[in-house]
Design a protein around this ligand. Sequence first.
Ligand code: NAD
Ligand code: WQD
Length: 340
Amino acid sequence: MAKVLVTGGLGYIGSHTVVELLAQNHEVIIVDNLSNSEYCILSKISEITHTTPAFEQIDICDTDALRACFKAHGPIHAVIHFAAYKAVGESVSNSLLYYKNNVLGLLSVLECMREFSVCNIVFSSSCTVYGQPTQLPVTEQAPIQKALSPYGNTKQICEEIICDAIHSYNDICAVILRYFNPIGAHPSACIGELPKGVPNNLVPFITQTAAGVRKQLQVFGNDYNTPDGSAIRDYIYVVDLAKAHVKALDKLCAQTTHSGYELFNLGTGTGISVLEMVHTFERVTGVSVPYTIASRREGDIEQVWADTTRANRELDWFANTSLEDILLSAWNWEKKIRNL
Ligand code: NAD
Ligand code: WQD
């Protein structure tokens, strides 16, 4: 069993991953500064797993504090690095904040890893690095395109930093995971996505509209070159995504090489349109989602979905939760947090 330091472990994907790590008897140290999460998530993790992981409220950019954490909890076998800011629009209006947090955060993590001889890292990247691919489904070999936002650029830069560090020092093994669109909540409805203010992402907007918190959903564009005119994405269940991190960790810990990196797409392999999402949600929950058609959202691509062959083969990982069950989990979570 590995001792794993999880940065951003109280966030949306981090908390679900911590649950899966604990379920596989890994030891977890969560590092989070609570900039986009709540302390109470720790007790929710305990409720689900009957285990309370170690928690350090630290800003990962504070390298001295992070160093002290590595020292106190050593020896650490691996880092799963989620901590970053992720709001695309905010990254456009406050780009330096994003470069500082996301890039300096990674540098600080890598510095501590090298200092304490921790060689394994799993890094959260994004399908945003592909932009609008020319071939679908998109494979890991597809060219990286110029980022459409500073947020997207931080992911490209961070991937490059990891690869350059491997090249320079030969003492880091990395798995870079490119997530498609993570959605849904834990089946217990104890943890889920907690967007602050008006959600930017589709599924929280759908569930909040269904709950009556928002009047109506705006469907951004119905004039795309897709079967129903709305944009297509690959929506991956957060619990399936979390399980992929455990597989990636197991692979890293089992291998005998001392340096290198591997890249994996994490999606379902199926593209779903915005309107299909709305109608599936309505069908499985029996709750209607009022919507209007609005103009396209700036910076949106038309369609993307993943080729997951590599993750299926190399990680023995499959996303097998149905869209119906995923949307039900998102709805159960929304009802729980709204006391409905
Ligand atoms: P999240 O905001 O829910 O979780 C991130 C966590 O990191 C939060 O708990 C936040 O408090 C913490 N954090 C941020 N900066 C920190 C810092 N400097 N020091 C310590 N803690 C810090 O986000 P998420 O959706 O769970 O995303 C996790 C990772 O996955 C991020 O790197 C994100 O860019 C990436 N990602 C997310 C998505 C998505 O749609 N959610 C898609 C692709 C990639
Ligand atoms: C999905 C679809 C919208 C809201 C973003 C980031 C990306 C990644 C995942 C981190 C799009 C449409 C949405 C609404 C709508 N994050 N939509 N009405 O844009 O694919 O990706 O999250 O790495 O980097 O950009 O996800 O959930 O915002 O949108 O019609 O109110 O739903 O236009 O087609 P997106 P999303």
